[in-house]
Design a protein around this ligand. Structure first.
Ligand SMILES: NC(=O)c1ccc[n+]([C@@H]2O[C@H](COP(=O)([O-])OP(=O)(O)OC[C@H]3O[C@@H](n4cnc5c(N)ncnc54)[C@H](O)[C@@H]3O)[C@@H](O)[C@H]2O)c1
Length: 334
């Protein structure tokens, strides 16, 4: 009998590659990625960390149903971890149709093929942005407020599509993981986040200031109602995030579940900058500028549900995050 496989859509990306690097048996992995936000060399980087074969990687677009279906024909897929999607909030405001087309069609096709090939386990990469402008800490039973950008809306709609699918497929064990702020890199420095162009996220930007690629960091507003006036976020090491997926894989349970994945601890923008300076013994030049539209003062997770139900907790500290991020940057910034 053919071995049961775990399909990671978007598996060559930042989070997917860390999940693969954390797996006990990477030979069970199949990857679907169109390389729209990664490069093909990511396969070689992963091969330095785990025993991955080239035939496990399909360069396909998940929005192309026929091309995507080949994976299900050629492999006995048991589980899908659906990470594929466009993810830049600002870009989604400028290109809403691209975001809706890519992210929603990819999720629709995942569900269509799960139905067609009787795949009964699904983990979806959702986001804290689905909560809308809620008060922190946010918990899974909160009513979602109106999302503030098309990216967040694609995540909210995808969650709803999966939930509706589960109603008519009671055998399906589906979990949406609402990631807060994934950061850091594999301690080897071989994989991490490779932003294309100007980084959208804070830590990759800080890394590039540290390496001299960018002259300073713009801090968007220091007049928020927080301890130092800068916005607070819940930063989670990407390997902690990966371990949450492995934890869900170990406890399949029919029905639809939602979990926040964060640390439950907030760190301000300047707090993260200072932690990076302390952990790596260097100085980051900052400039305070105007607030950026759409930013909220605080976004942190209530992580009690995933702890209580799955026993999952985060382990890495902000210092670990900063050290691993800088180690990665130094290896790749030439
Ligand atoms: N990184 C974050 O801060 C964050 C936070 C919350 C949620 N998420 C979600 O987690 C998932 C993974 O994020 P990431 O940080 O690894 O992003 P990433 O861009 O590094 O990885 C996503 C991968 O999906 C691929 N992809 C995109 N559209 C595709 C398509 N139609 N067909 C096949 N492949 C496609 C890209 O090439 C990329 O390799 C995304 O869905 C993202 O929205 C990320």
């Amino acid at each position: 009998m053919a071995q049961k496989k775990i399909l990671l859509t978007g598996g060559l990306g930042y989070i997917g590659s860390h999940i693969i690097a954390s797996m006990e048996d990477p030979s069970l992995v199949v990857i679907a990625d169109n390389c729209s936000n990664c490069d093909i060399e990511q396969i070689d980087r992963l091969k330095q960390l785990v025993a991955l074969e080239r035939h496990q990687v399909y360069l396909v677009d998940c929005t192309d149903l026929n091309a995507f279906e080949v994976i299900f024909k050629e492999n006995e897929i048991d589980t899908v971890i659906h990470l594929a999607g466009l993810k830049a909030v600002g870009e989604s405001v400028a290109k809403p149709i691209e975001y809706y087309t890519n992210n929603l069609n990819a999720t629709l096709n995942v569900l269509t093929l799960c139905d067609r090939y009787h795949v009964n386990r699904l983990i979806f990469s959702s986001s804290a942005t689905v909560y809308g402008p809620q008060v922190s800490p946010m918990n899974e039973s909160m009513t979602l407020l109106k999302t503030t950008n098309p990216y967040a809306e694609t995540k909210a709609i995808s969650e709803r599509m999966i939930e509706d699918y589960c109603v008519v497929h009671p055998e399906m064990a589906a979990t949406s993981l609402r990631y807060f702020n994934p950061v850091g890199a594999h301690p080897s420095g071989i994989i991490g986040e490779f932003p294309k162009g100007i980084p959208n996220n804070l830590l990759p930007y800080v890394q590039q200031v540290a390496s001299g690629k960018r002259p300073w960091l713009n801090v968007f507003g220091n007049d928020y109602e927080t301890s130092d006036g800068t916005p607070i976020r819940d930063y989670i090491h990407v390997l902690d995030l990966a371990s949450a997926h492995l934890c869900v894989l170990k406890s399949p349970q029919a029905g639809y579940r939602i979990y926040n994945v964060g640390t439950g601890v907030g760190t301000s923008v300047l707090g993260l900058v200072h932690a990076f300076e302390d952990a790596n013994q260097l100085t980051i030049k900052t400039k305070i500028t105007d607030r950026r539209s759409g930013d909220v003062a605080e976004s942190t997770a209530d992580v009690s549900k995933i702890k209580k139900e799955l026993g999952w907790v985060s382990h890495y500290t902000i210092q670990d995050i900063c050290k691993d991020a800088w180690n990665f940057e130094q290896k790749h910034s030439k």
